[in-house]
Structure formats: C-alpha cells, structure tokens
Design a binder for this molecule. Structure first.
Ligand code: SF4
Length: 259
C-alpha cells in the first residue's frame, strides 16, 4: 500500500530535532517572530513534523537540513514573553512544524506559561493527541491553552493526496477531538478544528462537517477554514508536488478560483 506511517516518521524526525541535555528536552527552532494572527501573537517556529504536506511552506527548514538552533523550554519561554510583552500581545504559540513530537519539551513550556496570563495556542495536526489518550489528559492540566487541530483534508483519500501518508492515519485527527472532549475540554473554547479547504469539493466538506457534528455540534460552528496563500515559495512547492488548489488567495487576499 502506498504512503508512509506518520508515527514512524515522527519518531525518526524527533531524533533529529530534539536533544536531551541533563534531562531537559531541547527542540530545534528556526525562528521567533511577532505576527498579526489571533489579533497579535508571539510565535516560535519549530523544525520538523510527522507529516509531509504537499502545500507546506516549512519544507525549507526540514529536519534534514542543518538550519536552526536548539532551545530549552526556559529559553523559548523567555523569548516568547519578550516578544509578547514588547508588542502587547495576549497570545503565544508554536508553529512552523509539529510541536507535539517533542512532547516533554512542549509540556515544560506549557507549565511555564501556566504561571502567566498569556494564552498558549497549540497548533497541531492532532495525530499524537489522537494516538495517546494520555496526551489529551495531560493537556487538561493547563487552563490557559487553546488547541487548534488542523485537519489535512476532509476525507481519508484527500488526507493521503495532501500528505502522502497512509489514509488510515486520517482517523487520528478525529480521535484527537474525541480524546479532548472525553477528558472534559470544552469544544469551541478549549479546542476547535481547522481545515485546509483549497483542495476539496463542497460535497466532501459537507461530509466532513457531518462527521464533526457527530463528535459535538459546536465543532461545526467553530471551524477555522484555511486556504493556501500563493506566496512564491508556496507556488514553488505546489508545482513541484503537482497539486493544484481549487481555491487559493494571493498574498494581498484576493481569491483565485482555479477550476
Ligand atoms: S502538518 Fe503542518 S507543519 Fe506538518 S507538514 Fe503539514 S502543514 Fe506542514
């Protein structure tokens, strides 16, 4: 069967982007920045992911390059709070790659932020939270986090087309929502789904929404709909992977309908 196992890939990538120093898990980052998303957010961009999305712009900083630098959770905390306090932001986040593959690093960082008034946005593809109940349970220890589960496709087939991973792993993204709900996190408040819609059809999206509604109706009202933004490096990777969005946006927010 075609496709890779994201859990095996994640274990391999973790070896390249984490480092244990005296019991502290360091993670490789390639950038820290402020930005306008969420009304203003301080962002640490991590290197490495357990998926290989064909539209992903972070490919330039993959685990197999030597780009980036290793930071402890304390160093990340200090860097993000410096950015957030200097710009008056309420939110901090990790982005760029998949934060959950360095779970201990992430938990230490959440502990540090739990002593502050900042909201920590955990942007994740959710695969590991779907795989391990215990991960969902641990996240309930922190009342200042918002978990954004970013679906890669509206169906198992789309998931494989967009990520190159085996289709059965799509289910773990739904399982992540189910696990968070089971441990008492509030749908639409503590966690919500996001979905890349550039490559789907109206029919598939309707089926996807039905699936979410079965988990909890509120999830259908709190979907963050994402579209590809046609920056030059994104166009380059779309062409390289021979995938064409049906709908995308130019960097100055003009919709492009390609089919
Ligand atoms: S899950 Fe996110 S970071 Fe990972 S490859 Fe896909 S778009 Fe990129």
């Amino acid at each position: 069967m075609l496709g890779y196992n994201p859990f095996e890939l994640g274990d391999y990538v973790k070896g390249a982007v984490t480092r244990d120093v005296s019991g502290i898990e360091m993670r490789r980052y390639y950038r820290f920045r402020g930005g306008r998303w969420y009304g203003g957010v301080a962002t640490g961009d991590v290197v490495g992911c357990n998926l290989r999305c064909k539209f992903c712009w972070s490919w330039r900083y993959s685990h197999y390059t030597d780009k980036g630098f290793f930071y402890t959770p304390q160093q990340v905390f200090e860097t993000l709070t410096d950015i957030a306090s200097s710009k008056g932001y309420r939110y901090v986040r990790l982005s760029g790659g998949e934060p959950t593959i360095s779970w201990n690093h992430l938990i230490q960082l959440l502990k540090l932020f739990s002593q502050t008034n900042y909201k920590f946005i955990l942007e994740t593809n959710g695969l590991l939270i779907g795989r391990y109940n215990e991960y969902a349970k641990q996240l309930t220890n922190y009342n200042n986090i918002i978990i954004r589960i970013s679906f890669k496709g509206t169906s198992a087939e789309e998931f494989t087309t967009l990520t190159g991973a085996k289709s059965e792993y799509f289910e773990y993204q739904f399982k992540a929502l189910e696990n968070l709900l089971a441990y008492g996190m509030r749908p639409g408040e503590d966690f919500y789904p996001a979905i890349m819609l550039s490559f789907t059809t109206d029919e598939n999206y309707a089926m996807f929404r039905k699936r979410l509604a079965k988990i909890h109706p509120i999830l259908t009202q709190t979907i963050d709909e994402e579209y590809v933004i046609l920056y030059p490096h994104v166009v380059e990777i779309l062409n390289k992977n021979k995938i064409k969005p049906r709908v995308a946006f130019t960097p100055n927010n003009i919709p492009q309908y390609m089919i």
